[in-house]
Design a binder for this molecule. Sequence first.
Ligand SMILES: C[S@@+](CC[C@H](N)C(=O)[O-])C[C@H]1O[C@@H](n2cnc3c(N)ncnc32)[C@H](O)[C@@H]1O
Length: 432
Amino acid sequence: MAAAGPGRGPLGGVPRALPCSPIRTGGALVSEPAAVTVVGIGDDGWEGLSERARTALRDAPVIVGSTRQLALLPSLGVRLEPLPSPLLPRLDDLIDAYPGLCLLASGDPMLHGIGATLSRRVGAGRMRVLPAVSSVALACARLGWPGDEVEVVSLVARRIEAVLPALQPGALVLVLCRDGGTPAALAELLTDRGWGASELTVLEHLGGEREVVRGPVAASGLGDQAFAALSVAAVRCRPDPGTALLPRTPGLPDDAYESDGQLTRREARALALAALQPVPGQLLWDVGAGSGSIGIEWMRVSGRCRAVAIERRADRAERVRRNAAALGVPDLEVVNGDAPAALAALPTPDAVFVGGGLTSDGLVEACFERLPGSGRLVAHAVTLESEAVLHRWQRRVGGRLMKLAASQAEPLGGFTVWRPALPVTQWQVTRP
Ligand SMILES: C[S@@+](CC[C@H](N)C(=O)[O-])C[C@H]1O[C@@H](n2cnc3c(N)ncnc32)[C@H](O)[C@@H]1O
């Protein structure tokens, strides 16, 4: 570890004392003028904007926004530009041409909006954000729901199955809809998956003159109605009798998966995920993905966990995709290819699970060498040949070898016997 310098904390690079923060006025750094001001605008348009937001718009060299948002502004004598496509690369050109431009965004730009993307691109210090009230805050206000107990799922750019991990008894879920068909599609999914008894409320044009709150109704009773394109669907989750609950903690029942038998069993899977340590924002490689269970359960822990499943057989890769959608993580990336060759083009992982291919030349090396410091590798072997590979690696770089053996009580005649599953050798190691 690097020595902590004067005024530095134990992590070396992190200051121990709070650095003097630059003076902020109106949300902008005085020391560095904002290259972009992001102005959140609600359904109530100009009327609902703060004086600060209005001044920013009046003083802007150019205002960029969607056609709908630009139409909400009165005539300000400022040049208006429709959102370019593709947005981000074109935005760089616009910022160069018009430093200090204003970008319109819906509600709170930092909540499932353009603000977070822009912050990563131009840097927080070069942008100023003037939020309006978010649709989430407005929905909570209308429903009397505590904002800190609500899970928000945006389906604006995601497949509808992404809502599934949020379905837990009593959960309050706000779904940001992609279009007017989303509430009906959501109701159909809830009904199909045993959550038709959930209370569904659709809130249209929140904060605007055309605001309407429809419901609650049982999801199973919504039918095929269309709603306003700008709507939030609120779900108070209630399972139908007999619906199997699927928690977000690892170790789903084996029968939650479609499988051809290539599946890491529940007990071994739970131990593997405990060792892999899913961290929101981190990336897992699931090498030799089989039915996809490890990557799927890694991603179910948090909407911010990312995973790539690598599987050599095309039929299994397809099955991984189906399982990922059915279990609520349709964003799992599936690579149909042979490891280690298929790993070369992948982004650096934070953790790697090897469930197949251990005897392939250079596979463990390719996984271990790509891990950064603190990266975790967990591998499972069932055959003597793959166990020998793990033993060699454990002697070379350390880590922990374990034998996992689980037996299940099953009837035999009029008696009960222990039916053992194939024992699994697990190697877990963290890169120094
Ligand atoms: C035991 S299964 C893994 C089960 C998986 N962990 C699960 O729970 O669904 C092993 C898989 O590794 C795949 N495999 C074997 N060698 C491979 C390689 N070199 N590259 C990619 N996949 C491989 C096999 O096709 C098989 O589907």
